[in-house]
Design a protein around this ligand. Structure first.
Ligand code: ADP
Length: 299
């Protein structure tokens, strides 16, 4: 489920363990919570001729810390994009609370930026114009946004390509532009929905390294959906595995390796062990999904 580019806003949450209740699955023990899912369910449909409803997320609980990089794995249809769309403010929760900096999310805001798998650059605009269009429309002065755009172009390795058009760029370069465009408004939260899914293996690794370098510079909270277990481990502080639909957090695993990382990390015993455990957890959900009725309906 993909939408188009964008940005948004966040609030508080309970401190796990302070209420006397046990920590929720996937909940961090840190009190600097940026995003908090508290019993969040999401149901689609219920209108129209069929009136069928789909329970996509079922009482999901998870806290994400400020500047944490969380990656999300799970079988197709388990609710990963729904989760991201709720944080982005594209969708609203059906029940439960979703908080950013302690306040309910009530729509998109410039504190959140989204990058999707398919580049959504405007073909008639140059790289520089694509990156700066959003801030320009919001009335940010040119002498504020232009130096930042130049800096971001340097950081994503595209200095000298300011005047190029999207058709003159490779897929990887277009994704670099998308990331620069997302970062131009200095979002506190970066939401990534399989951003490197269409890239070849070598470019993917480069983009994963680039993402970690950018994180080092800007320290956004990152929520990153992927189907690729290696990618999920390589960039994450914590990997979440979702159960088959209706989605819940089945497993949360910390990745205790220093950042930034390079390709050497891929052959370390820690990486290989995590890869085995996570593959197993995802496979379990994929097979569980195969053995269920075609459509689970909400009550
Ligand atoms: P994933 O990203 O894990 O593939 P999604 O969040 O896209 O999963 O979808 C979860 C479930 O919710 C799926 O059954 C999907 O068909 C359903 N769904 C997602 N978005 C909508 C929508 N806008 N309207 C109706 N059903 C939806």
């Amino acid at each position: 489920m993909n939408a188009q580019v964008n940005t948004f806003t966040p609030l508080p949450c309970t401190e796990p363990g302070k209420s006397g209740a046990p920590p929720r699955p996937g909940a961090s023990q840190d009190n600097q919570v940026k995003i908090s899912f508290q019993g969040v369910s999401k149901t689609y449909g219920g209108r129209g001729r069929s009136g069928n409803r789909t329970l996509a997320l079922d009482r999901m609980d998870v806290d994400i810390k400020a500047a944490e990089i969380v990656t999300v794995l799970g079988p197709t249809g388990c609710g990963k994009s729904s989760t991201l769309n709720l944080i982005a403010g594209f969708e609203q929760t059906s029940t439960g609370s979703l908080l950013i900096d302690g306040k309910p999310i009530d729509g998109p805001g410039p504190d959140r930026a989204v990058v999707f798998q398919q580049p959504s650059l405007f073909p008639w605009l140059t790289v520089m114009e694509n990156i700066t269009l959003g801030v320009k429309c919001r009335g940010v002065p040119k002498d504020t946004y232009e130096p930042r755009a130049q800096m971001l172009l340097r950081e994503v390795g595209l200095s000298g390509f300011e005047k190029h058009y999207p058709y003159q760029l490779s897929g990887g370069m277009q994704q670099r532009v998308q990331i620069a465009r997302a970062l131009i408004s200095e979002p506190k939260v970066l939401l990534l929905d399989e951003p490197f899914g269409a890239l070849d293996y070598q470019t993917r690794i480069l983009m994963q390294e680039l993402l970690l370098q950018l994180w080092q510079e800007h320290k956004p909270t990152i929520f990153f959906i992927t189907h690729d277990v290696s990618e999920a481990i390589f960039v994450a502080d914590r990997v979440l595995v979702m159960s088959h639909r209706p989605g819940r957090i089945k497993l949360a695993v910390n990745v205790n390796a220093d950042k930034p990382r390079n390709a050497d990390f891929l052959s370390t015993p820690e990486f290989i062990s995590l890869q085995r455990d996570l593959l197993h957890a995802v496979q379990e959900e994929v097979h569980a999904n195969k053995n269920r009725p075609p459509m689970a309906k909400a009550a």
